[in-house]
Design a protein around this ligand. Structure first.
Ligand code: ATP
Ligand code: LTN
Length: 333
């Protein structure tokens, strides 16, 4: 039997090349080998305030991005999280075995708490959904007997808590209940850094649009953002740890231009930042153009149809697992 992978992206903000290189690009390769389920996690998205119309629009847009990237709905299931109520039901059950301490230690919680309160993240004002966001993610993963979770490095803590809770539940109610999943991370794409600050990851909830290249950016925007991207002191194009900004830009060049960092260095021997940046812009534009054309060819109706039939594919799996869990904990069926 094929092993199973599960992953998801929240319909919030503008998806950027970090999301693509850290997560979605890997999914496209993995779908050939694994039984694959990809989710648009709208229930996670509402942990921050969202305009309802915008949320619907983004939900479809994320699915279009999956499809334009090469996710094949014939091979995989693509669905919307809120279409399968079992995610919320399992989450409640898992809430009862999770500890507040382990949730408050999540780095994403600390970051989002600060973002959402505007007062430095005082605990009293943090929405509860941000606090137990990881438990919903744990439910997403455990509901489908997931073996591998392909994500970017920032999600490792969430995979760890998934393993902890699965083990805790299994110990109490039966070792064979949940499969203990592993993360799947690739070395290069794991952490694309912000263009305006190479010490922090590129993020779709960044305050400035100069932090990221969105998958929807047009050629002019890409050129403008790359021109403004911070660089390190010096003038040579070298790939090394003590030049984090340049290292990040070379990483992007090599991942989107299908070259390794050493080859990129060679291309720019004797040249400076301005040549490198203008070439990098063209590499990014050449990647984005066909991607955006594919997205534009997909109608909203067609995509919604794919998402609905994806939900029907995964529903029996989710039902079966939840019934098993309910039996084990002593619910009447
Ligand atoms: P937010 O800022 O709203 O938290 P995000 O940009 O971090 O959003 P997510 O929706 O949290 O994006 O992440 C979707 C997927 O993309 C996850 O697998 C995550 O690990 C990956 N990812 C996000 N940012 C990066 C990045 N800068 N580099 C590599 N992978 C990333
Ligand atoms: N928290 C994840 C999105 C997410 C996810 C999942 C990823 C929600 N549920 C299950 C993998 C598996 C993020 O990338 N911010």
């Amino acid at each position: 039997m094929k092993k199973r992978i599960f992953s998801g992206v929240a319909p919030s903000g503008n998806l950027h090349i970090g999301n693509y290189l850290g997560a979605i690009k890997n999914w496209v390769k993995l779908q050939e080998e694994y039984d694959s389920i990809f989710c648009v996690v709208d229930m996670h998205a509402i942990t921050m305030p969202r305009d309802p119309e915008e949320l619907r629009k983004k939900t479809i847009e994320i699915a279009k991005i999956y499809l334009a990237a090469g996710i094949d709905p014939e091979k995989c299931a693509i669905f919307i999280q809120s279409h399968i109520a079992e995610h919320a039901e399992l989450m409640w059950i898992l809430n009862t075995i999770a500890k507040t301490g382990e949730l408050s230690r999540m780095t994403q919680f600390k970051d989002k708490a600060e973002l959402s309160t505007g007062d430095g993240g005082s605990f009293e004002n943090v929405p509860l959904g941000i606090f137990n966001y990881p438990i919903l993610m744990v439910a997403d993963i455990l509901l489908y007997n997931t073996d591998l979770v392909p994500v970017g490095e920032d999600q490792l803590q969430h995979i760890e808590i998934t393993r902890t809770l699965a083990n805790r539940f299994n110990k109490r109610f039966g070792e064979d209940t949940f499969v203990i999943p592993k993360s799947f991370i690739t070395r290069e794409g794991q952490r694309i850094m912000g263009l305006d600050n190479p010490m922090k990851k590129m993020s779709k909830s960044a305050k400035s649009e100069y932090n990221y290249i969105a998958l929807s950016d047009d050629a002019e925007t890409v050129r403008r953002k790359i021109k403004k991207a911070v660089t390190d002191s010096g003038s040579e194009i070298v790939y090394c740890e003590d030049k984090p900004a340049l290292k990040n830009l070379i990483n992007i060049y090599s991942l989107l231009g299908n070259k390794n960092p050493k080859e990129v260095e060679k291309l720019f021997i004797g040249k400076g930042y301005s040549d490198f940046k203008s070439d990098l812009s063209e590499v990014i534009i050449n990647f984005l153009k066909p991607f955006q054309e594919k997205m534009n060819e997909l109608s909203d109706e067609k995509v919604l149809g794919i998402l609905r039939s994806g939900a029907e594919k995964v529903r029996p799996l989710a039902r079966k697992k939840l019934i098993e869990v309910k039996k084990k904990i002593g619910f009447m069926l």
